[in-house]
Ligand binder design. Structure first.
Ligand code: PLP
Length: 486
């Protein structure tokens, strides 16, 4: 690692990336938002084996421009509105740089005390911004840990809850353990349960519909629990979601939490996307009831400008997590006195190695300040609202769910009540829009309907980027509509 080479080439790389962000805005025609390449495109462009001799950075960057960029879907484009955003920022980027530069592996306190201690402090800061209850803070029995992703977060809490219940009632009951969530819950929940040894048939994904805007009905949960108890099953986990992946639906935490408490069930709150908005007082109400949750997770890489990946998770009882995940190999032993008892984050996650992710979160919080972060989020929600207004004003379209945050779910309305044809027209419209490369939106299915999703969250998005749909001449076939408006 030659420090002068790093300085020289680091400058070149920063210039390359800064130019990329500039060009994404100034020359959008050069960057189809959804990559338009065919599968396997890269194989023909690159040699069959690694070079024997070193090549130059310039040669490599030339290949990035010519060969890699065509295969990039530009998540940072201002016209990116698919899935949920993966938000970046200068502060998040610099934090990633510092992390890559220091490259420490803070699996125990000793292996980089600052990595552990900063993570504890920054997650306490963020918990306070979210007004999480005190028991999630490091000063109580709980605490926060940065997982890589929301999928890892739900897995570790399922394992913690499973071990807690098995300790209470005996290991042989594993086949009787049941879990609950709505049918809108992210697919990672099912995966986590299967990894945790929960039988597929014991994963209850309770039906939701438009009458509750796809939020879980507490009565459905209580009924399912009573039914299972009567049959000898052991309910032990409920995953509630605030901001589902399909439509940003919100499960009502207050009544769900009461039920979880009544039956001694671990309640996890997955707020991967919408949790970020809850740093704004006006959105905090969506996590009212989190007081009764055992764990809470949000993805700061989705909507808090913390660059991939950064998924803060808080637990009410850190000892439950540690009991399930602790390892004690001799080669990791070190001495600290009882009174200095420290956190060893290896015992709060699946892997041993871990990145110093708190650096970038710390930098985002410090270099922007919470007031600016709140305003960024509000701006995105306003843009989504404007888009929703365009759609609402156009009789060819309908908005299909109540919008709470920055996601609009909409579709072309059926003609003569023909739902099959309507689904097909919406499918065609989606394909036609995305094939232009000028904008990227995604889709979902709700109540058997093919729904278009327009999610605002890319940091470069401004009002003009979302205005494309205004006054679409919708009596034309989908491809013609798109040609007409773009
Ligand atoms: N939960 C919800 C509600 C999500 O929307 C997502 C991703 O979109 C996840 C969990 C999974 O997050 P990750 O991709 O960080 O694993």
């Amino acid at each position: 690692m030659d420090s002068e080479l790093l300085r020289e080439q680091g400058h070149i790389m920063v210039d390359f990336i800064a130019d990329y962000y500039r060009d994404l805005q100034d020359s959008p025609q050069d960057f189809p938002v959804l990559s338009q390449v065919q599968p396997g495109y890269l194989r023909d462009m690159l040699p069959n084996s690694a070079p024997d001799q070193p090549e130059s950075l310039n040669e490599l960057l030339d290949d990035v421009t010519k060969k890699i960029m065509p295969g990039i879907t530009h998540w940072q484009s201002p016209s990116y509105f698919a899935y949920y955003a993966s938000s970046t920022s200068v502060a998040g980027f610099l934090g990633e740089m510092l992390n890559a530069g220091l490259s420490v592996v803070g699996f125990t306190w000793q292996t980089s005390p600052a990595a552990t201690e900063l993570e504890i402090i920054v997650l306490d800061w963020l918990a306070k911004l979210l007004q999480l209850p005190d028991h999630f803070l490091s000063t109580g029995h709980g605490g926060g840990v940065i997982q890589g992703t929301g999928c890892e977060a739900v897995l570790v809490v399922v394992l913690a809850a499973r071990d807690r219940i098995l300790k209470q009632v005996g290991k042989t009951v594993l086949p009787q353990l049941v879990v609950y969530a709505s049918d809108q819950t992210h697919s990672s929940f099912r995966k986590a349960c299967l990894i945790g040894g929960i039988h597929e048939d014991n994963i209850r994904l309770l039906r939701t519909d438009s009458s509750t805007n796809y939020g879980l009905l507490p009565e459905s949960l209580e009924e399912a629990i009573s039914h299972d108890l009567a049959k000898g099953f052991i309910p032990f986990f409920i995953c509630a979601t605030v901001g589902t992946t399909s439509s940003a639906a919100v499960d009502p935490l207050v009544p769900l939490g009461k039920i979880a408490k009544k039956y001694g069930i671990w309640m996890h709150v997955d707020a991967a996307y919408a949790g970020n908005a809850c740093i704004c007082p006006e959105y905090r109400k969506f996590i009212d009831g989190v007081e009764n949750a055992d764990s809470f997770n949000m993805n700061a890489h989705k909507w808090l400008f913390a660059n991939q990946t950064c998924s803060p998770l808080w637990v009410k009882d850190r000892y439950a997590l540690i009991a399930a995940l602790k390892t004690n190999p001799e080669y990791l032993e070190y001495k600290v006195s009882e009174k200095d008892a420290v956190v060893n984050y290896k015992d709060w996650q699946i892997s041993l190695s871990r990145r110093f992710r708190s650096l970038k979160l710390w930098m985002v919080l410090r270099l922007y300040g919470s007031e600016n972060l709140r305003n960024f989020i509000r701006e995105h929600v306003n843009l989504a609202k404007q888009f929703e207004d365009y759609v609402t004003q156009d009789p060819h379209f309908e908005v299909v769910t109540t919008r709470y945050f920055s996601l609009v779910c909409f579709r072309l309305v059926p003609v003569d009540g023909d739902e099959d044809k309507c689904n097909q027209r919406n499918r065609e419209l989606l394909a036609a829009i995305n094939s232009t490369g000028k904008i990227f939106i995604s889709h979902t299915a709700l109540s058997g309907q093919f729904i278009l999703r327009f999610a605002v969250g890319a940091p470069l998005t401004e009002e003009k980027h979302g205005r494309l749909y205004k006054n679409m001449p919708l009596n034309l076939p989908a491809t013609a509509i798109v040609k007409n408006i773009l």
